[in-house]
Design a protein. Structure first.
Length: 207
């Protein structure tokens, strides 16, 4: 049934459902639930999107798999040594020669941290810092249930004390957009290089 524009009326059941929307730092947040429960204060902060010291490129990747398997894969940094040898992995050494992983269960998800000390720079880091030698390396995975996943990688000159908090600047966290972002990178005045990748994981219940 079509409304007659000349009559100035429309069918009583004709309408479009609206949702609370917030646009912040180049991201559009949509609340599909009860509008009365929409709370902008709960939106995650993504500082590097507005920080000119960070450089990155928005991108996405489709996974033909259950989203929980993707979270499990991204949280296990040992896979870098075998799957990403030409980028973030570098060598199989990373899978077994690293300090014990710290795992925290949080109210809104979990956090995984892993250090690899006095290691050769992986290929990706060499592209950012060409003269890099041995490094102390930290990877952090932070899952915000149900679907925001942060990955942060830090490289610091070996023996510089980064694992004890000896950083002149702290690295910013990452951001999310569609399904995945390519790493953003930043180098601090202390020689520490921080790279971040963040995923917004969209569940696929059928898998």
């Amino acid at each position: 049934m079509r409304a007659d524009p000349r009559a100035g009326q429309h069918p009583p059941k004709l309408g479009v459902r609206s949702y609370p929307v917030v646009e912040r730092d180049h991201l559009v947040w949509i609340w599909p639930g009860d509008p009365a429960l929409a709370d902008p204060a709960k939106i995650l902060d993504f500082p590097y999107l507005r920080d000119p010291n960070w450089r990155g490129k928005p991108d996405y990747m489709h996974y033909d798999a259950n989203y929980l398997l993707i979270v499990d894969n991204l949280s296990d940094f040992a896979h870098l040594a075998f799957v990403h040898t030409k980028t973030l992995g570098g060598s199989e050494e990373y899978a077994y020669k690293s300090k014990p992983t710290a795992i925290e269960r949080l109210e809104d998800g979990f956090r995984v941290e892993r250090w690899h000390m006095n290691a050769d720079s992986p290929p990706f880091h060499k592209k950012v810092v060409r003269e890099a030698g041995k490094v102390d390396r930290r990877n952090i995975a932070r899952m915000h249930v149900p679907g925001i996943f942060f990955m942060e990688t830090l490289f610091s000159p070996a023996g510089s004390g980064a694992d004890k908090g000896n950083l002149k600047e702290r690295s910013s966290t990452a951001t999310a957009s569609s399904s995945r972002r390519r790493p953003a990178s930043r180098r601090t005045s202390s020689g520490t290089t921080c790279t971040t990748t963040t995923c917004r994981i969209r569940p696929s219940p059928s898998r």
